[in-house]
Design a protein around this ligand. Sequence first.
Ligand SMILES: [Zn+2]
Length: 187
Amino acid sequence: MLIDRTVLVNPCHAVPEGFRNAIELVSIPEEEGFSVCLEAETARAFLALQDFLGKTGLPVFPLSGYRSSARQQEIWDRSVHDHGLEHTVRYLAKPGFSEHETGLALDVVLYDRHGNRIENDEAPEYEIMFPHLHEFGFILRYPRGQESVTGYSYEPWHIRYVGIQAAKVIHENHWTLEEFKKMENRP
Ligand SMILES: [Zn+2]
């Protein structure tokens, strides 16, 4: 099975059957010495992005990468318990419908110049990262103001690998992945 790294996974599109078995997962280190699993090409691209941003003075680390649907179920159940269903639906994907199950998406954590972990979604450090994502084949998957298209609230930390070619097209047209796939499928 040839894997499509622009695969669309959202509340209406489940992770395609067989996708998990088609990808090769590799692990890369996260900040505290644990590791995060990602699809192999995604992992290589992220390490290049991390290296580049590190050299510009912006430390970035992976926080969460590949998750099995069983793991997604656990996270879902805990969130419903802790925050309620309404909050959970806005921020979490149902098991089987999470990009994290493709190995192509990851959540990152950034640090400011004082070495403090950035918790604020509006932090200027994100603005340093965003313009470079496409150069490494990534897109910001849930941009601000696109909630009605993507089905998710703004998530500055969730990046998605689609490959350099697709990322460039998406970046230049200010599209979401949903819009890119729609244009791609147009006859
Ligand atoms: Zn995420």
